[in-house]
Design a protein around this ligand. Sequence first.
Ligand code: ADP
Ligand code: MG
Length: 158
Amino acid sequence: MSATQPTSFFLADDTATTALGAVLAKVLQVGDTVLLNGPIGAGKTHLARAFIQAKLGRLEDVPSPTFTLVQTYNADGLEVWHADLYRLSHPDEVLELGLDSAFETAICFVEWPDRLGDLVPDTALIITLSQQENGRKATFSGGREGLLSQIQVSHGDG
Ligand SMILES: Nc1ncnc2c1ncn2[C@@H]1O[C@H](COP(=O)(O)OP(=O)(O)O)[C@@H](O)[C@H]1O
Ligand SMILES: [Mg+2]
């Protein structure tokens, strides 16, 4: 078994995070799940929002699912699920929300994915955001075969 090497990018400001969301919108497919790790304020919601807006092709209002746990979006018949599991009390609630089946039928972004327990999809793409200088470091691992190599972020372009 060859483990995929984690890859990191520096995201200098929130515009760079938005650009990463647009890159993900080009490469993610139904069945892809993105686990967003990082502390409060790391930019998890910002990244999911940028993905959703790029995928929908419009500046749709994308509220944080902090209290609703899940928000769903429809882009020409393709479903996007945005979950924030911070307030989840038990992994069984993942089943009640229908998130486990959405992993198969939609593109899912999950904040606080540690709450998933053993319901984490095998091919989930893991993105960890952390503070670096005034920006963020994004570290990637996992994902379905070949996905990581499709995620290229250009550095320092305007
Ligand atoms: N690369 C970046 N550099 C600096 N600030 C960023 C970057 N990406 C996002 N931000 C900012 O960080 C904050 C993150 O908020 P949010 O996305 O709600 O965090 P989380 O969902 O992880 O709690 C937002 O104000 C956003 O503008
Ligand atoms: Mg958030």
